[in-house]
Design a protein around this ligand. Structure first.
Ligand code: HPA
Ligand code: ZN
Length: 348
């Protein structure tokens, strides 16, 4: 789908992107060589070809095709080439440079500490690499506030340990890399309330709280109910990442509207496995009911290289939104974001 000049030129805000999901095949190839890591591909074009198919992560479906990794398997396999602070800096700068090219003025990337510490990478290498990129990207006109993610398929205690390690890089008394916590990875039988202690600690540190409610997961409506009404001592999450399944149940979408919880939607992530005529009317119905939303890329290099501009183009082309609505979605993202007021004013 070609990106129209209107979408290309629109100043943008991105609130749902996993930094590890922006690792390009070419940077992965370069880092593998830099760090003497053997990839299961002998040529660069074999590596590139492996990005053509990434199955959606549905472990409850047993009909797996042998040899083809699920989405999250591909995502964590990509992480293996990331070893040193410089690698994390290069990953982050590549994404933030691309932001500048796409006119993304402000972004809140997720990062997974546990994906790296469990491989033996020291947490400070990850955090200092991102911190340096956060600072250097300001010169490109790209501001960022990052989001620490708990990996929900790891033990709760492992996430709490990672949070304790990352805390000196938080906003407030820390170095200011991240202003929020999130919840990511495989949601299968891992409801949000399992992580209530982590959310409580983050809130006590003055951080914001968001969480993934992936589209079409098992128990998705129960998970959404917890995210809207139960977590954070009953206050609910401040945002929900994805959350499209709320459209199915009035109590859920009304809860989003009444509590002012915005959704960070990633249209291409759903379009990979949902008919155009089913998906885009569903997004439009949520919008018509007054649910606040913005459009984002999730894991662009693992999702056919569709970045935030391509995701905005999809709803512009397929939801019947006009230019003024598209501008409003960027304004929604500014409202939903966790930048300081001066940055918000500058990007509004
Ligand atoms: N869903 C959940 N967790 C993730 C994803 C996703 O699509 N990408 C990276 N972490
Ligand atoms: Zn995501």
């Amino acid at each position: 789908l070609p990106i129209s000049p209107f979408i290309a030129n629109l100043p943008k805000v991105e609130l749902h992107v996993h930094i590890e999901g922006t690792l390009t095949p070419s940077l992965r190839w370069e880092l593998a060589h830099r760090n003497n890591i053997k990839l299961p591909y002998t040529t660069f074009s074999d590596l590139k070809a492996s990005y053509a198919i990434t199955l959606n992560h549905r472990p409850e479906l047993h009909g797996r095709q042998p040899g083809i990794p699920t989405f999250l398997e591909a995502y964590f396999a990509g992480c293996e080439v990331l070893q040193t602070e410089t690698d994390f800096y290069d990953l982050a700068m590549a994404y933030l440079t691309r932001c500048a090219e796409m006119k993304v003025r402000y972004t809140e990337p997720f990062f997974d500490i546990q994906a790296h510490t469990r491989r033996g990478v020291p947490a400070p290498a990850v955090l200092n690499g991102y911190l340096r990129a956060q600072r250097d990207a300001i010169k490109l006109g790209v501001h960022s506030r990052w989001i620490f993610c708990f990996l929900r398929d790891e033990p709760v205690q492992s996430g709490l340990d990672a949070y304790a390690q990352a805390r000196p890089w938080a906003a407030g008394n820390g170095k200011g890399l991240f202003h929020a916590v999130g919840l990511a990875s495989n949601a299968y039988e891992r409801p949000p309330m399992l992580f209530e202690e982590g959310f409580r600690l983050a809130r006590a540190d003055g951080l914001h709280v968001t969480m993934h409610c992936d589209f079409g997961q098992k128990d998705t409506h129960e998970h959404m109910g917890e995210a809207i009404f139960q977590v954070c001592g009953g206050l609910g999450a401040e945002r929900i990442d994805h959350g499209l399944d709320a459209e199915d149940e009035e109590v859920l979408w009304r809860g989003l509207v009444d509590r002012g919880i915005g959704l960070t939607l990633c249209p291409h992530a759903y379009h990979r496995r949902t008919e155009t005529g089913v998906l885009f009317p569903k997004i439009r119905r949520l919008w018509e009911r007054g649910v606040k939303m913005c459009f984002n890329s999730d894991d662009p290099t693992l999702m056919h290289d569709v970045w935030v501009d391509g995701n905005m183009q999809k709803v512009y082309s397929f939801c019947g939104f006009g230019k003024s609505e598209m501008v409003q979605f960027v304004r929604n993202a500014v409202d939903m974001c966790w930048a300081e007021e001066d940055i918000k004013r500058a990007i509004y």
